[in-house]
Design a binder for this molecule. Structure first.
Ligand code: TUI
Length: 305
């Protein structure tokens, strides 16, 4: 399927991978790109030199285009942004902030710039700042979220900007893909279904929680802190939400979440860890290769469209 996004990025299928912290490392990024999507390294809070190593490792595994997601709340973001420019990767996506300060540097390195936005105002601002496309990410997504749903956000962003829009949040199969196209998107960003990919290094316990998740197993922690995070319900979320309701301090809440994503992804601690996943986890039923996932979605979507 050819769209403005496949043309912009030089990829076969209009599917980009979410820049998931800890999850989106080089094995997953290379596998998604090799399968014809756009794979991404999620820089998250990794030290800048680790991001450079990850970029080099993707290049050893594939000659296809790939990107890096720069998480702007990371204190190291300025250094990561510089490394990304030096490495002249194909595309950058950004999350959890405003990337305006870096856009010129990335564009002059020939990098396609695709900020993730959660509002029409931010999408407009990014178009003015020179972005090549935007990801409109609905509140169904896992991790750090805005408040508008994918169904309401995508058509409003598509009407507001002249650059192509990529839909994210709640999409995991060909039906979701086709619906996103109907809303005006030119590609989709998928996270949760790739957590359980064969090439994903996520601990088996975490993958099992995603595969066994039901429609109502999604929870949002941290609404009171201004940094809402969508995860699957467990002991950590029950304790967190109780402490939040009791009005405990930000510092105490932070102690509970600090390192909790690493605990889940690497150690497989699905009791105390942070199981970031989107609301669509209930639809994700099996571990498949990235190639199988992408081809499944495209086959179903092409039939529907
Ligand atoms: O960034 C994400 N999702 C994420 S980042 C992440 S790592 C993390 N861990 C703990 C605390 C915070 C982050 C896990 N998941 N998605 C993209 C996204 N960006 N969603 C919403 C936004 C966003 C929010 C505000 C984008 C721009 C924005 O603008 C604020 C401003 O500075 O004007």
């Amino acid at each position: 399927m050819k769209t403005e996004i496949t043309e912009l990025l030089g990829i076969r299928h209009p599917i980009i991978q979410g820049g998931m912290a800890w999850v989106a490392e080089y094995h997953l990024a290379a596998a998604v790109s090799d399968a014809g999507g756009l794979g991404l390294i999620g820089a998250a809070s990794a030290p800048p030199e680790v991001v450079r190593e990850q970029i080099h490792k993707v290049r050893e595994l594939t000659d296809k285009p790939f990107g890096v997601n720069v998480m702007l709340m990371n204190p190291n973001a300025p250094e990561v942004a510089k490394i990304v420019a030096e490495e002249k990767i194909a595309a950058v996506t950004t999350g959890a902030g405003n990337p305006t300060a870096y856009i010129e540097m990335w564009k002059s390195a020939g990098i396609k710039v695709i900020p993730v936005v959660a509002s029409v105002a931010m999408a407009r601002m990014m178009e003015k700042a020179g972005a090549d496309a935007v990801v409109a990410e609905g509140t169904e997504s896992g991790g750090h979220i805005g408040s508008a749903t994918t169904m309401t956000l995508v058509p409003q962003v598509a009407d507001a900007v002249n650059i192509p829009v990529i839909a994210a949040g709640g999409i995991a199969d060909g039906r979701g893909f086709a619906a996103a196209m109907m809303l005006g998107a030119k590609a989709v960003q998928i996270g949760t279904r790739f957590i359980v990919a064969k090439e994903s290094i996520v601990h088996e316990n975490y993958k099992e929680r995603v595969i066994k998740a039901k429609d109502i197993d999604s929870e949002v922690t941290g609404r009171s802190t201004g940094h809402p995070i969508r995860v699957l319900r467990n002991k950590m979320t029950r304790e967190y939400l109780k402490m939040e309701a009791d009005g405990v301090s930000l510092e105490e809440l932070e102690v509970l979440t600090l390192g909790s994503l690493r605990k889940a992804v690497i150690e497989g601690d699905v009791v105390n860890g942070s199981l970031m996943a989107g609301q669509i986890a209930g639809l994700v039923k099996e571990e498949q290769s990235c190639k199988e996932i992408i081809e499944d979605i495209m086959r179903e979507a092409e039939k529907l469209l």
